[in-house]
Design a binder for this molecule. Structure first.
Ligand SMILES: [Zn+2]
Length: 196
């Protein structure tokens, strides 16, 4: 099983914050995780009136740039030979995202294209006017990333609450989940049983 994961910081997202999450994800998956050079916030989906971006077009434009984004660092294990197509690419941004009929979302996934965008905005305590907690924010990002990686590899949502692939609709759902997959999802991830 060869699971290539790439993470791309978008806009003002702190690369160190992304790298810290990448180290954790590499450890959990026991696979190298490539961190690419940061890329600017795309124009697509920009909604200045709301101070947010629409997640779908935002992700689509980022996906189009993917081939041009150089590798910055590889966290964990041996580096994969380059160029290598990622099986799951996560864009991580600090701009706030929404989808039609929502106030805001944690991210968006294009499973068929094996890409996802995650926003840390609503993972930060500061968003809820609570005391800043970087450790909590990072754990949330890691869990969201595990969810997105699973979905980008074609796995469905999991009914097991103690699984990173359990449906994530609220911050409480994220906080409740562990930073790992349940045994059955892990088996599917590692055997590629659900690979598209
Ligand atoms: Zn599961």
């Amino acid at each position: 099983m060869d699971l290539r994961i790439a993470i791309v910081p978008v806009g003002k997202m702190d690369p160190l914050e992304v790298e810290a999450a990448a180290v954790r994800i590499a450890k959990i998956l026991n696979k190298p995780v490539t961190v690419r050079q940061p890329t600017p916030v795309p124009k697509a989906g920009d909604d200045p009136a709301r101070g947010q971006h629409v997640a779908g077009p935002f992700l689509a434009e980022l996906r189009g740039q993917l081939a041009r984004l150089p590798v910055a660092k590889i966290m964990g294990a041996a580096p994969p030979p380059e160029p290598a197509a990622a099986e799951a690419t996560l864009f991580v941004t600090d701009v706030d995202l929404y989808k039609p009929q929502t106030d805001g979302v944690f991210g968006d996934i294009d499973a068929a294209a094996h890409v996802a965008v995650l926003s840390v905005r609503r993972l930060r305590e500061a968003f809820y006017k609570r005391k800043v907690d970087p450790v909590k924010a990072r754990a949330r990002l890691v869990k969201l990333a595990l969810y997105a990686i699973g979905r980008a590899r074609g796995l469905p949502d999991c009914k097991e609450r103690a699984c990173a692939l359990f449906t994530t609709s609220s911050l409480a759902d994220i906080d409740m989940k562990p930073e790992k997959y349940c045994a059955s999802c892990w088996r599917r991830m590692t055997t590629g049983a659900y690979r598209l």
